[in-house]
Design a binder for this molecule. Structure first.
Ligand code: 5GP
Ligand code: ZN
Length: 112
């Protein structure tokens, strides 16, 4: 499949890996928007958060477990932001579900 994140998972595109298990892959975003900016993605190709359903919700729950584990390992002091953009209005640029894990600075609310 012609998906850059699927290619990152299978090693066809190099990435700076943070974590990997049978369900999830995590790596540093190429365009860091915070001192820590990691993308957590499912190995299964799910297009976006709009496509989460009963068939894949357990994977998504596991992604959040991984996010908390990475945040502990990177000593983010239980303070970080998780963002997912779904579709054009939200500015999604890669159509493979990903959670941005952002930390290491203060964030404003609401987002733009
Ligand atoms: P979105 O805009 O869909 O919410 O997030 C996509 C993210 O993927 C962007 O933050 C962008 O910097 C990142 N990205 C796009 N291509 C690559 C790549 O080849 N490698 C890495 N590490 N990140 C990428
Ligand atoms: Zn994909």
């Amino acid at each position: 499949m012609d998906c850059i994140f699927c290619k990152i998972i299978n090693g066809k595109i190099p990435s700076n890996k943070v974590y990997e298990d049978e369900l999830v892959y995590a790596f540093y975003d190429i365009d860091q928007k915070a001192p820590v900016h990691i993308l957590v993605i499912p190995k299964q190709h799910i297009v976006s958060a709009a496509y989460i359903d009963d068939s894949n919700a357990q994977i998504v729950a596991h992604m959040f477990e991984v996010i908390a584990k990475i945040a502990r390992e990177l000593k983010l002091n239980n303070s970080f932001r998780v963002v997912t953009n779904a579709g054009d209005s939200a500015g999604q640029t890669v159509p493979h579900l990903h959670f941005h894990l952002l930390g290491g600075r203060d964030f404003s609310w609401p987002p733009g």
